[in-house]
Design a protein around this ligand. Structure first.
Ligand code: NAD
Length: 429
């Protein structure tokens, strides 16, 4: 254990919550859940996490013991909403590290600002918990690799929240692709569009009484509180977020990676900018990224955060192009065309939230991470695509990648492979 870490139990026993660094205690649980056992869960982050908690609560085999948020208003609202579904409100815990100390808890859900995902998930693995972590699973590639290592070292089931991996209709589309319905597939074009507004020009302001800003910042180096960042707008600032590419791009890039059966790119290029509004947003609202892979395969992504999707009318999707036709996937549907453009097949379903929870449950019950539809090694690879697209954008250079997607011969881009952490909060594996 590194010198800048102190024992989590020691800390939690004596310190005021919200003032301490990331720390790791002994592996507190490794309880294998039998088919009849409830999997006891703590859910952290009560916005997206509130939805995930409701899905888990409606899934046979889970019991939500805790909800947690650095914002007490959100924690209380989340607990109340869950109580209405289950008939019994979960306990509210302010600091998720206390939940890690509860040996009854089998699994954690993290739906947090991106800078928290990998550090929190690593701590949970080290405390013996299985983890459902929202996408993207990491703020930078180095901590993504650490998360995969932590999952392995502790033999935990770690699922990323790219739920379309469990969507029946998307799975059927991928099977058709892999079975050769459009022949050899060499290109996938993907996109996301939304009509987001401006985040304006913020200013320093007092921290609201209901927010523990120190805990919210956690592993990120400290910055003064500003009035246009929390909640949600952190997505658009590199210090905490990963832009639209890490937000919605990662969902569809994951489908492209899956459909094309590729892992790491050889070259990544990017264009675009913050074109639509002149405000505090650092990440691009118009972002075009290209990924080349070995064996003659290319993926592109177009992100339009502040505009309409265009002629197709579909704000989320990917089209795979093969020798004999194309296959398009939307958020929860697909459509196959032959080379004349005639529709050969189509189907629609749902995005897979429920099925993703069931898959997580079943992998835990069988104590087998290999059963996960989005096991973290794969989740990280798709996250890495989004992070590399951001690195190419931020440096204004194409990046060449080698083994495990590592950036080659480019010190400026390589410097973004990792981040600085608030002293004492760096994740360690
Ligand atoms: N899979 C999906 O379809 C999907 C959908 C929406 C969001 N997401 C992902 O979920 C994540 C969260 O997104 P969001 O829209 O909920 O963001 P948000 O900013 O609205 O909510 C994040 C919440 O986490 C809380 N938080 C921050 N630090 C905390 C800490 N240390 N302990 C406890 N709570 C803490 C915040 O107070 C806030 O309530 C993002 O990574 C996003 O990409 C996934």
């Amino acid at each position: 254990m590194m010198s800048d870490q102190m024992n989590r139990r020691t800390f939690l026993g004596r310190a005021a919550v919200g003032s301490a660094a990331l720390t790791v205690g002994a592996n507190s649980t490794a309880r294998a859940a039998s088919a009849n056992d409830k999997i006891v869960v703590g859910v952290v982050g009560m916005s997206r996490g509130r939805r995930v908690a409701q899905t888990f609560a409606n899934t046979d085999g889970f019991s939500i013991k805790y909800v947690c948020d650095a914002d007490t208003e959100r924690a209380e609202a989340g607990a109340e909403a869950l109580g209405e579904i289950t008939g019994q409100a979960p306990q509210i815990e302010h600091d998720f590290r206390r939940i890690l100390d509860d040996p009854d808890v089998d699994a954690m859900v993290f739906a947090l600002p991106v800078h928290w995902h990998a550090p929190a998930a690593i701590l949970a693995c080290q405390a013996g918990k299985h983890v459902y972590v929202e996408k993207p699973c990491a703020h930078n590639p180095a901590e993504g690799e650490m998360l995969v290592a932590a999952a392995r070292a502790n033999n935990r089931c770690v699922q990323m929240g790219n739920q379309r991996r469990s969507s029946l209709v998307i799975r059927a589309a991928m099977e058709k692709l892999h079975d050769g319905i459009i022949g050899r597939c060499y290109f996938a074009r993907s996109w996301y569009a939304a009509t987001r507004g401006s985040i304006g020009r913020g200013q320093e302001a007092p921290v609201p009484d209901h927010l523990d800003y120190d805990l919210w910042q956690g592993p990120a180096p400290r910055r003064p509180y500003r009035d246009n960042v929390i909640h949600y707008n952190w997505h658009w600032l590199w210090h905490w977020g990963a832009g639209e590419l890490g937000n919605n791009g990662v969902h569809v890039l994951d489908l492209c990676r899956w459909g094309m059966d590729v892992d790491y790119p050889t070259r990544v290029g990017a264009a675009g900018g913050r074109y639509r509004f002149d405000d505090d947003q650092e990440t691009p609202d118009t972002h075009v990224v290209t990924y080349d892979f070995q064996d003659g395969k290319t993926i592109t992504w177009e992100g339009l955060s502040c505009n309409q999707p265009g002629a197709g009318g579909n704000n989320f999707g990917a089209t795979f192009y093969g020798e004999n036709g194309s296959l398009s996937v939307g958020s929860a549907n697909y459509l196959v065309r032959d080379m004349e453009g005639e529709i050969m097949e189509r189907d629609a379903g749902n995005v897979g939230d429920d099925e993703h929870a069931v898959n997580f449950r079943d992998a835990i019950r069988q104590d087998n991470p290999e059963l996960l539809h989005s096991e973290i090694a794969g989740g990280y690879k798709s996250t890495l695509l989004s992070l590399l697209g951001n690195i190419a954008y931020r440096t204004g250079q194409s990046v060449q990648c080698g083994e495990q997607g590592r950036i080659m011969d480019n010190p400026e881009a390589q410097a973004l492979w990792q981040r600085e952490y608030e002293p004492g909060w760096a994740p360690k594996v």
